[in-house]
Ligand binder design. Structure first.
Ligand code: ZN
Length: 458
C-alpha cells in the first residue's frame, strides 16, 4: 500500500491523501483549501491525480476543509462511491449545497461587474448541480463495522470525537493496515463521545493542528465563557462569535443551555445567523444515538435543549441584516469560523469599531485568514473595501477547541499501540515539529512530516 500526500501538508486545510491499495486508487478526503483570496485560488488548480481513475472516496468528517472539493472531483470525472459515516453524509449534504450556492452567488456578483467592464465571465468552482451529483454517490456507513471500498480494500470508521460523525479511518489492504486520524477531538467534549481507540497500525497519518499547544482545561474555559457573557452584558455591547456551522456552534448552545440560569442567558437575544444552522440542528437531533452519556441525560431532561427559548435561527438575508440594528445585548454566532467569508464579516463590520463589543474566538484561526489577523491583534482591518479601526475587545477561548491538544494527540497515538511509524499531516510546521519531537521522546517512534506530492509506502 502506498500513500501520496495531496493536501494539508504543512497547513491545516485542503485535506487529501491518495492510497494505492490492492491495485486500486482510494482517495481519503477531498477538502477545500481555505485562507485569503490568493490561497483559495489554489482550489481551482488541477488535482495531482486523474479524478476519473479514483475508484472510491472515503471522508473522515464533514468540515469543508475535508470535503469541500468533492463536487469538483465529480465534475472532473470521479464516478466511484463515496463512503462516510451516516451523520457525516447528512452534514455533507448541508455543507456542500451551501458551499455550491456561495460559489454560484459570488461568481454571479463578480460577473455583473465584469460584464460592465467588458471582461470575460468567470465560472464557479462548482455548481449546486455538481454538489447534488456528488451527494448521489454517497454510501453512508455506521461506525465500527468493516466494509469493502474496492476488491481487497477494507475500511472501518472509528469515532474521532471531533464533530458529529467524525471518524478516524482504518484501511486494510495488501496485508497491511493504515490508520488516518482525520481530525481528532479532545476528550470531554460535550455532546460527542471521546475518540475511540484504534487498535494497531502499520502506519499512522495523524493530524497535528495543536501539536505545539496545550488547551486550558475545559471546565476553566466554560467558567471563563460565563464571565465573558456577564462582562459583555455589563458593557452594553454585542458578543460576536465566529464559529463553523458544525461543531463549535452546537457546543456553545450546549453550554448556554446547561448554564441558562446561572449565566443569565435569558436576558440576551441570541442569533445563530446561518442559513444552514437550523438544518444542522436537525441532524444533531436525528443522530442522538451518537451522543455521550451527559448529552443523553440532558436530552432526556429537556427535548431539543439546543433550541434555547431566546434563540433565533436566522436564515434569510433580511433577517440577518435586521441584527445590524442591535447595538447591544445580542450574542451573534455566525460563520465562517475563520472569518474568511460568510455573514460573520457583516457582523464584524458593524461591531469591530465599538469599544463595548466583544469578539470571541473559539476555534482555530489559520494563517492568512481575517480571524488570524484579529487574534494577532491588528489595529485595522479592511472589510467590504472599508478600513475599520478595531476597538472591540478580542478574546481567544482556546479550551473549546474541537481538536485535541498536544497531550491529547500523544494520548491518541499511544492508544493505537504507540509503535507504528507516523507521518504528521494537517498542521502548520511549528506545530508538527513540536509534536514530532514529543512523539519520538515518549514512544521512540519514527515520525516524519508530509510534504506535498511525496509518496510513502505502508
Ligand atoms: Zn475538522
Amino acid at each position: 500500500m502506498q500513500v501520496q500526500f495531496c493536501g494539508a501538508n504543512g497547513e491545516v486545510t485542503g485535506s487529501s491523501h491518495l492510497l494505492q491499495a490492492g491495485g486500486h486508487q482510494i482517495l481519503l478526503d477531498c477538502g477545500m483549501i481555505q485562507g485569503n483570496e490568493e490561497t483559495e485560488r489554489r482550489n481551482a488548480e488541477p488535482f495531482p491525480f486523474d479524478a476519473s481513475r479514483i475508484d472510491a472516496l472515503v471522508l473522515s468528517h464533514a468540515h469543508i476543509d475535508h470535503i469541500g472539493r468533492v463536487p469538483l472531483l465529480v465534475k472532473r470525472g470521479f464516478r466511484g462511491p463515496i463512503y462516510a459515516q451516516e451523520a457525516t453524509a447528512d452534514l455533507a449534504r448541508i455543507m456542500l449545497e451551501d458551499a455550491a450556492s456561495i460559489a454560484e452567488s459570488d461568481v454571479a456578483r463578480d460577473n455583473r461587474k465584469r460584464q460592465q467592464q467588458g471582461l470575460p465571465l468567470l465560472q464557479p468552482l462548482y455548481s449546486r448541480e455538481d454538489a447534488r451529483a456528488a451527494l448521489a454517490r454517497m454510501k453512508p456507513q455506521p461506525y465500527d463495522e468493516e466494509f469493502e471500498v474496492a476488491p481487497g480494500v477494507r475500511v472501518r470508521l472509528r469515532d474521532a470525537g471531533h464533530i458529529l460523525g467524525s471518524a478516524a479511518v482504518e484501511v486494510w489492504a495488501d496485508g497491511r493496515k493504515l490508520v488516518f486520524s482525520g481530525d481528532i477531538g479532545p476528550r470531554g467534549t460535550p455532546i460527542l463521545r471521546d475518540p475511540a481507540d484504534v487498535d494497531g497500525a502499520d502506519l499512522v497519518l495523524m493530524e497535528s493542528t495543536y501539536g505545539n499547544r496545550l488547551h486550558r482545561p475545559r471546565g476553566d474555559t466554560v467558567a471563563e465563557l460565563g464571565e465573558l457573557f456577564a462582562a459583555a452584558w455589563n458593557s452594553g455591547g454585542n458578543v460576536v462569535i465566529p464559529a463553523f456551522a458544525v461543531g463549535r456552534s452546537q457546543e456553545l448552545l450546549y453550554w448556554m443551555a446547561e448554564h441558562y440560569d446561572d449565566w443569565g442567558i435569558g436576558r440576551f437575544r441570541i442569533f445563530l445567523d446561518s442559513p444552514m444552522a437550523g438544518k444542522v440542528l436537525e441532524v444533531y437531533e436525528r443522530h442522538a444515538e451518537l451522543f455521550d452519556s451527559e448529552a443523553r441525560a440532558l436530552w432526556a431532561r429537556r427535548p431539543n435543549p439546543l433550541r434555547l427559548p431566546n434563540l433565533q435561527v436566522t436564515e434569510s438575508v433580511a433577517e440577518s441584516q435586521a441584527i445590524n440594528a442591535l447595538h447591544g445585548g445580542a450574542i451573534i454566532i455566525a460563520g465562517s469560523g475563520m472569518c474568511n467569508g460568510g455573514r460573520i464579516r457583516h457582523h464584524l463590520r458593524q461591531n469591530l469599531g465599538r469599544r463595548n463589543a466583544h469578539v470571541l474566538f473559539v476555534g482555530y484561526q489559520a494563517e492568512g485568514t481575517l480571524g488570524r489577523l484579529l487574534v494577532d491583534g491588528v489595529k485595522k482591518v479592511k472589510l467590504f473595501g472599508e478600513v475599520i479601526e478595531v476597538h472591540a475587545q478580542r478574546h481567544t477561548v482556546g479550551g473549546l477547541s474541537a481538536h485535541a491538544d498536544q497531550a491529547g494527540l500523544l494520548d491518541w497515538y499511544g492508544r493505537t499501540g504507540g509503535r507504528a511509524p507516523v507521518w504528521l499531516v494537517h498542521g502548520e510546521d511549528l506545530a508538527r515539529e513540536a509534536l514530532a519531537e514529543r512523539l519520538r521522546q515518549r514512544y521512540g517512534s519514527k515520525v516524519q512530516l508530509s510534504r506535498p506530492g511525496m509518496t510513502v509506502t505502508v
